[in-house]
Design a protein around this ligand. Structure first.
Ligand SMILES: C[S@@+](CC[C@H](N)C(=O)[O-])C[C@H]1O[C@@H](n2cnc3c(N)ncnc32)[C@H](O)[C@@H]1O
Ligand code: SF4
Length: 466
């Protein structure tokens, strides 16, 4: 029996942290080593200058929250009074430094994440959008993460400020779970804010929902989903509750104060959500993300396709360039340290690394294989810049797959494919000359498949280099 364990994919979408977290969750010790190698100079221009690709997304991290949720280990701080104007000044200064460094990059998306960016003053949001876009708003997607307790009368003002898409952190419509999570909203506020956001942003609202709360039943999860769908939401992100180290939830789980649903129940909740959402016209375009066609989040698609992004603010990450010229940076997580460095040097970068090709393609595998369409040959080749061409990897996979004849033109196979594919550890992976992806039936165990694919990928590199 292939795929010996069934574990619902850890579905948390962590925006700027995501590629690192995925690697950190068991994919690549090599990748982590590379990332921790500090290079002395700040950002080499060479990477961008040699790069014909100029599209980029900008991520802005607003690290402040009104209170702490029990499950959260994001880079966030609860402080009495945030000096918003000072933050704005530092974010703009960091942006100007990076803009100068990469003058040719064209901004296609902006994402305000957190923390809680809906606590930002709308005029600060507006000035950041104006500066970053350079006044070119055509086809610009601007997403902002909002907490239901913060959005009411200011929703329209955020829209006027230039936000085109709201991602609303509802998590649940059930007061029992909202209390358990220590959210600053209740079910009534969740409902009212969703209605309000929909009335202002029309179809361009996404709802974040968490499943697998302590004591949650499949029926209760279904109720949350059904209610959200009924409101006419075009985009839903469903995240399995993850116990993160150092959180209140982790303490409560280890002391036995609360108990999470079993893995089987988690799996059932996830599969039920996939079925129910797809039945209602929201197709799964990434493990945790469901959308009606045309309402996908382009900023996140950029991450998953190995695109370029610039991170501003405490703890934000960047990826600029492709292939052996790709640069990764990480900002200081502490707002104070970050601000101090921005004052002195114009940027808050703590670490800058020229990424190895195995890290670059490892990140692409980790993110691209979590999407429904997988990784296209052209996307792979853009990322690899022909260091390891797509057809070389495919040739390797065909060679190791003893029954590889069946692995071409088999997209769309459903059910248990363990007998269809020769190698046990590549169960669920399918490929041809255009595309490599995980079968829909196996996306719920994507993390498991990706770890195996990545270890084959490292062997493939070794063979090519030897
Ligand atoms: C950047 S976070 C939070 C944004 C916003 N401050 C909020 O709380 O709604 C984005 C999403 O990640 C999800 N998330 C965060 N921590 C999680 C965890 N431990 N398990 C599952 N989902 C999590 C939540 O659904 C959240 O809405
Ligand atoms: S509001 Fe969002 S970012 Fe802040 S603690 Fe809660 S989940 Fe984390």
């Amino acid at each position: 029996m292939c795929c010996a364990f069934l574990q619902v994919a850890r579905c948390k979408l962590v925006n700027h942290f995501r590629p690192f977290l995925l690697l950190g969750h068991g994919l690549s010790t090599q990748g982590r080593k590379t990332l921790s190698r500090k290079i002395s100079s700040f950002i080499e221009t060479e990477a961008e200058e040699n790069n014909p690709e100029t599209k980029v997304g900008v991520y802005i991290h607003w690290p402040y929250c009104a209170r702490l949720c029990t499950y959260c280990n994001f880079n966030k701080y609860v402080i009495q009074k945030v000096d918003q104007e000072n933050m704005e000044k530092s974010l703009l200064k960091e942006w100007k430094t990076l803009r100068k460094k990469y003058p040719r990059l064209k901004i296609r998306t902006i994402f305000f994440g957190g923390g809680t960016p809906s606590l930002m003053k709308p005029d600060i949001v507006e000035s950041l959008i104006r500066e970053i876009s350079g006044g070119n708003y055509e086809n610009l997607e601007v997403s902002l993460e909002a907490n239901p307790a913060d959005v009411n009368n200011n929703v329209a003002v955020f829209k006027l400020a230039g936000v085109t898409r709201l991602s609303l952190g509802i998590q649940s419509f059930n007061d029992r779970f909202l209390k358990l999570f220590n959210r600053d909203h209740n079910s009534l506020i969740a409902k009212q804010s969703l209605v309000k956001c929909l009335s202002v942003f029309g179809g361009h609202v996404s709802a974040d929902l968490i499943f697998g709360a302590p004591g949650q039943t499949i029926q209760e999860w279904r109720q949350d989903l059904e209610f959200t769908i009924k409101q006419g939401v075009n985009h839903i992100s469903t995240y399995q509750l993850t116990v993160e180290r150092g959180t209140q939830l982790a303490k409560d789980v280890s002391s036995g104060k609360v108990q999470l649903p079993s893995d089987n129940v988690m799996t059932e909740m996830y599969l039920d959500a996939v079925q129910h959402l797809e039945k209602n016209g929201l197709y799964r375009y990434e493990i945790s993300n469901f959308s009606r066609p045309g309402f996908e989040c382009n900023h996140n698609i950029g991450y998953w396709n190995g695109g370029q992004y610039i991170g501003l603010g405490p703890g934000a990450h960047s990826r600029i360039g492709y292939g052996a010229n790709r640069i990764g940076t990480i900002n200081h997580p502490s707002p104070e340290v970050w601000k101090g460095q921005v004052d002195r040097l114009g940027h808050g970068v703590a670490k800058e690394t020229k990424l190895d090709i195995d890290t670059v393609l490892g990140e692409l595998l980790a993110t691209g294989l979590r999407t429904s369409q997988g990784i296209e040959a052209s996307v792979w080749n853009k990322s690899s810049q022909n260091k390891i061409a797509y057809h070389q990897f495919i040739k390797y996979l065909n060679n190791i797959n003893s029954r590889n004849q069946q692995s071409t033109e088999v997209f769309g196979v459903n059910g248990d494919v363990s007998d269809t594919f020769g190698t046990d550890d590549l169960c669920g992976l399918i490929w041809n000359n255009e595309n490599i992806k995980i079968l829909p039936s196996h996306l719920s165990i994507a993390d498991h498949v990706i770890v195996n694919v990545y270890s084959h990928f490292l062997k493939c590199i070794k063979l090519i280099n030897d």
